[in-house]
Design a protein around this ligand. Structure first.
Ligand SMILES: Cc1ncc(COP(=O)(O)O)c(C=O)c1O
Length: 373
């Protein structure tokens, strides 16, 4: 009989060494865990830390999932109905489309297809942590190009990295956590270097400019989208990407056959059929974003950044951002605080329903009253 302790050690020695050292992705905690930690009922929690949709999915999603009766059958590995519905929605050929278990999975698949040890990806920080995470898992190097003070891109540095041989540039537009978008001219400048540009449009429905229509004419552009934000399906995991056709075909070849489960597929179809309701909710969130921004403009210890997404980033002054995060948390209000360079003194607030803004405003007024003048 082998000694079990020795067997465990041996297995760890076989792991790729770079993965042993790697920092993991830092996800947010679920509501029930937060409620238990604070000792308050889950329905009293104001959850403004995950950029989720406070209105939830379309009612048609619940009806469709209740009616569906083929849960015991494997879903279509080619996801033809969903891809065709997305193609109709976008006005594109379905051969451009790949769907995934959230857009996170598509990022992982992009890294699988394009990045291995010795390759380099460009990451314009601060940004969504998944780009560095998926690149590092594949053993690729990550060149960090810091954004400017206002979070706009340092285009000269991005182009320089591309000229020096980087393979892929990841860009979120709107960017998480800053909420700003890239311009058509900036995208054009990146594409012209020949690097593969992945534009992550997870929040595009709250903004006014998508680049999805450029994909069919561009060999080196990928646009990713998700149903997590505008359609309220974060828990079901439904993302999609628009790719040059050849790349899309390869992505579908290397993906797991049943990577989008049938409940997520049915939910996507029902959401697309109820676009009107979902778009009304998007409009409500955009209106609430403007209200939140106007109300918080008079909070002396917060300085906000203009946002085209369903969240707003605030730099704190006169109070430590971590301390503000803790004090809001004590009141059952969860926002996001980062300890990454460029945003250590910031909090990111997801736009909720009007009553969530009200609770936040009351808490901020109380905290403001306790600060030394
Ligand atoms: C910029 C960005 N891209 C992608 C995602 C993940 O989306 P999904 O839920 O489709 O995996 C997020 C989630 O917060 C995000 O902020």
């Amino acid at each position: 009989m082998p000694d079990p302790a020795r067997t465990r050690m041996d297995a760890l020695r076989l792991v790729r060494p770079e993965l042993l050292e790697m920092l993991g992705y830092e996800p947010i905690e679920p509501v029930d865990v937060l409620a238990e930690e604070l000792g308050i009922p889950a329905d009293q929690i104001v959850k403004l830390d995950g950029n989720e949709n406070p209105y939830g999915p379309s009612p048609r999603v619940k009806e469709a999932l209740a009616k569906f009766d083929l849960y015991h059958i494997y879903p279509d590995p080619e996801q033809r109905r969903v891809r065709q519905a997305l193609a109709d929605y976008l006005g594109l050929d379905s051969e451009h489309i790949v769907v995934g278990n959230g857009s996170d999975e598509l990022l992982e698949l992009i890294a699988c297809l394009f990045l291995s040890a010795g390759d380099v990806a460009v990451n314009c920080v601060p940004t969504f942590g998944m780009y560095a995470f998926v690149s590092e898992i594949r053993g690729a190097g990550v060149v960090e190009v810091p954004r400017r003070e206002d979070f706009s891109l340092d285009m000269a540095a991005v182009q320089e990295a591309a000229r020096e041989g980087a393979k892929v540039v990841f860009i979120a537009s709107p960017n998480n956590p800053s909420g700003n978008t890239i311009s058509a001219a900036e995208l054009e400048a990146m594409l012209s270097t020949g690097v593969l540009v992945v534009v992550d449009e997870a929040y595009v429905e709250f903004s006014d400019r998508s680049f999805v229509d450029l994909v069919p004419q561009q060999d080196n552009l990928i646009v990713l989208r998700t149903f997590s934000k505008w359609a309220g399906l974060a828990g079901l995991r439904a993302g999609y990407g628009v790719f040059p056709k050849g790349v899309a075909g390869l992505m579908r070849k290397v993906k797991m056959p049943y990577n989008m489960n049938i409940a997520a597929q049915e939910a996507v179809l029902a959401s697309l059929e109820d676009r009107e309701t979902l778009q009304e909710r998007v409009q409500a969130i955009v209106r609430e974003r403007e209200r939140l921004s106007n109300e918080l403009a008079s909070v002396p210890f917060l300085r906000g950044f203009a946002s085209k997404a369903n969240f707003i980033l605030y730099r704190t002054q006169g109070i430590d951002a971590g301390e503000l995060w803790r004090r809001l948390r004590q009141q059952g209000i969860f926002v996001r605080h980062f300890d990454t360079p460029g945003v250590e003194d910031c909090i990111r607030i997801t736009v909720g329903k009007p009553e969530h803004t009200d609770r936040l405003l009351a808490a901020l007024t109380e905290i403001g009253g306790s600060l030394a003048p």
